[in-house]
Design a protein around this ligand. Structure first.
Ligand SMILES: Nc1ncnc2c1ncn2[C@@H]1O[C@H](COP(=O)(O)OP(=O)(O)OP(=O)(O)O)[C@@H](O)[C@H]1O
Length: 215
């Protein structure tokens, strides 16, 4: 179970969000500026809450009272950004290997094959990111994150930069990830149709607060 209870003041905006979820895919759903990215950044460890607690099961990642703040690279959390953020000078294969190398993990050919097959990126391994479509790039970014064997995968509007055809292409892969990978996901989106299709739990945000658990 992921438990989040955080307060953070960001300029004019005050974020005060608490929720707990056991979902396979938990959507953080809400309008632009409602605090979705700030919340996932706090879970990832990229943004430090002013107060609160974040835990996965019994493992505490942040606790302001007990002065616990586990650094980003020790959280074992995968993060897929809106625009993928692949390394342009490396092939797809090297991009996939790079995350594991950076995190001191050995290559694992079986795991690589499984992830490559699940995301349908076997035909792209020699290509460079700039030669890929937006949807293909996002599938590679998801593969790179999964190969870190994260205990939680954060996806921040992974389809936002794609047109409708590309979205339709990648959604089945996300469903497969949900059904086969066994890695819980936090899925940030303001797109109702995506959330209805993918999420089994919803945390609805507005103006930095939780305002509901339905779309
Ligand atoms: N470093 C910062 N300094 C000041 N204000 C900030 C900072 N970071 C975020 N904010 C503000 O906090 C609010 C929440 O931002 P956040 O990016 O978390 O929202 P969001 O729901 O993810 O929006 P979007 O869907 O547009 O990405 C916004 O009003 C934003 O301008």
């Amino acid at each position: 179970m992921l438990q989040v209870d955080v307060d953070k003041s960001l300029g004019e905006t005050a974020i005060s969000v608490a929720f707990a979820t056991r979902g396979r895919v938990t959507a953080l759903f809400g309008p632009s500026g409602s605090g979705k990215t700030s919340v996932v950044n706090m879970v990832a460890g990229l943004l430090t809450p002013d107060r609160g607690r974040i835990a996965i099961g019994d493992d505490v990642l942040f606790d302001s009272e007990r002065r616990v703040c586990v650094p980003v690279h020790r959280r074992r959390i995968g993060y897929v950004f809106q625009e993928g953020r692949l390394l342009p000078h490396l092939s797809v294969r090297s991009n996939l290997a790079f995350g594991r190398w950076m995190n001191g993990l050995r290559r694992d050919a079986d795991e690589e094959r499984r992830v490559v097959e699940m995301l349908g990126i076997g035909g792209l391994l020699r290509r460079r990111p700039l030669t890929l479509s937006g949807g293909e790039r996002q599938r590679v970014a998801i593969g790179r994150a999964l190969l870190l064997r994260p205990r939680l995968l954060l996806l921040d509007e992974p389809l936002a930069s794609l047109d409708e055809a590309r979205k339709a292409e990648i959604l089945p892969y996300l469903e497969r990830l949900r059904d086969e990978a066994g890695t819980p996901m936090i899925y940030v989106s303001h797109a109702e149709a995506e959330v209805r299709r993918l999420a089994d739990e919803v945390v609805r945000l507005a103006a930095g607060r939780v305002v509901g658990t339905r779309i």
